[in-house]
Design a protein around this ligand. Structure first.
Ligand SMILES: [Zn+2]
Length: 493
């Protein structure tokens, strides 16, 4: 049996930032043919799971193309055309194949194309015809569209946020394709799109945890896959929505029943998704008063993982003012300050500005400091947490600065902190610290979930706020919860 595998993933924030070029993809993931295997084999991501599942079932994989970038502005049309071209050429040149397994995101937009996943699947279908199984993995922050459902055999969304189960999702996609090709199962999908969208919300606790359990309940009852797609709120496209997908084995009625049951639970619990987070100064006071450390303070509104710059200074400024011993921030995106720290070298004291280079009116102005350069590094490390574990990361020139009682790490590439490695490579053992600050919504739980004594989120002005009423949406479909009052959903539809 021969399966094609490939990946085009991008979480697009159309509201901010500059258009995303090929170069931005190349900095993270851009591979053709066998290089796809080299990059992903042994890594806990979608393609890593697909490669291992193929190996287990004696399936020959035909790697085509993989591309992935840090979440950022709308994808340039030329970049999208190039990516799609590579994927289609790979499929065309694959020869005789039995199935296609693709890792897509679900919240990707290119210039002139709001729903790139629909466009990709359309083009793939046109090439291979209606019969070939096309199984797709998707990020939890997917906007599911009718076109995606119509042009694929099965759409499988990760269950977890942080996305610690990408590997398992990729693995399951190959196994479902395998069983479909052998005619052991016949996937039937039902997707329900709700007139609501939610701020980024973890599945480790709270309403999203309860909904995840309900999805698992249906899977235990024999459904092939049931999942809640949260949607991605930090963009402005008409297809924004929270969705539920249920896949049954040949039984459309059962898929309908499961999807409707989970959708009802999502709809009925929507008020629980409203965020109530303290401002940075209050968050720091709460952390200082906590009995045990480390207390992780997450600045959710400047999350590079949602397309924000990572150079915002609201929490940084509050932290330097509070000057609490044993506190560290990892990290602030600032290539200029990183260069200056490298030029001065460890042991030097320098007078510099940190952060605030992009949109200071919203994200906060640069902060002028006298900083002692404790260490400098090349920013290269290997992810150790469940999410993407094994993956090589290169954050360019980084430095650990000591300012009063506070350690501040600065770096040269936009990246979301998901595990303690960034601290560790700068000599900081986070378990000895009282306060650990970082810029992330939930992925940090992948690496800090078990070691944090407490987690506090703060939501100052930024590009990825949890309070969605702070964003100026122009194109999304209205009415929609939580922006509009009295939004109705006909639960029998
Ligand atoms: Zn996501």
């Amino acid at each position: 049996m021969r399966f094609v595998i490939g990946q085009i993933t991008h979480e697009t924030n159309t509201m901010f930032g500059v258009p995303t070029s090929v170069d931005v993809f190349r900095r993270k993931d851009w591979a053709l043919g066998q290089d796809v295997i080299k990059l992903h084999d042994g890594v806990r991501d979608y393609l890593g799971g697909m490669i291992d599942a193929a190996r287990k079932n004696d399936i020959e994989v035909v790697p085509t193309f993989s591309a992935n970038a840090v979440p950022s502005g709308v994808i340039m049309r030329s970049a999208f055309d190039q990516m799609l071209g590579h994927l289609l050429a790979g499929i065309k040149n694959a020869g005789e194949i039995d199935a296609i397994c693709l890792a897509l995101h679900g919240a990707g937009s290119a210039e002139g194309i709001d729903d790139i996943e629909g466009a990709i699947l359309n083009a793939v279908r046109e090439l291979v015809g209606p019969e070939l199984p096309v199984i797709v993995t998707l990020d939890l922050h997917v906007h599911m569209t009718t076109e995606m459902v119509e042009q694929s055999t099965a759409l499988m969304i990760v269950h977890e946020y942080p996305h610690i189960d990408c590997y398992e999702c990729g693995f399951s996609a190959i196994e479902l394709a395998y069983r479909t090709v052998r005619r052991e199962v016949s996937p039937v999908m039902r997707m329900i799109s709700l007139p609501m969208f939610i701020p980024p919300t973890t599945t480790y606790s709270g309403p999203a945890y309860e909904i995840k359990q309900r999805c698992k309940h249906w899977e235990e009852k024999g459904l092939l896959h049931v999942s809640f797609g949260h949607g991605f709120p930090h963009t402005d496209v008409p297809v924004i929505a929270s969705n539920v997908i249920a896949i049954a084995d040949g039984d459309a009625k059962l898929a309908e029943e499961a999807a409707m049951d989970v959708a009802n639970q999502v709809w009925n619990s929507r008020e629980e998704f409203r965020p109530r987070y303290p401002d940075p100064a209050t968050a720091l006071t709460m952390a200082k008063e906590a009995a045990h450390g480390p207390v992780v303070i997450a600045e959710v509104s400047d999350n590079t993982g949602g397309g924000a710059p990572g150079c915002g200074t609201h929490l940084l400024k509050a932290m330097l003012e509070a000057d609490i011993p044993n506190s560290a921030f990892g990290f602030i995106y600032d290539p200029v300050a990183s260069d200056q720290a490298h030029a001065a070298g460890p042991g030097a004291t320098i007078s510099i500005e940190i952060g605030g280079q992009i949109d200071p009116d919203c994200l906060g102005a640069p902060v002028q400091v006298e900083a002692y350069v404790k260490s400098v590094t090349d920013g290269r490390h290997i992810v150790q947490s469940e999410m993407g574990g094994g993956r090589q990361i290169d954050l360019g020139k980084m430095a650990r600065l000591v300012i009063g009682n506070v350690d501040i790490i600065i770096g040269s590439e936009r990246y979301q902190t998901i595990d303690p490695e960034i601290f560790l490579q700068h000599g900081i053992d986070v378990t000895r610290y009282k306060i650990i600050a970082l810029k992330s919504q939930n992925h940090f739980l992948s690496g800090f979930g078990t070691l944090a004594a407490e987690v506090i989120r703060t939501d100052p002005p930024g590009w990825t706020p949890s309070d969605l009423t702070h964003l100026d949406y122009q194109r999304i479909s209205r009415p929609i919860w939580p922006l509009d009052d009295n939004v109705k959903w006909d639960q029998q539809s």
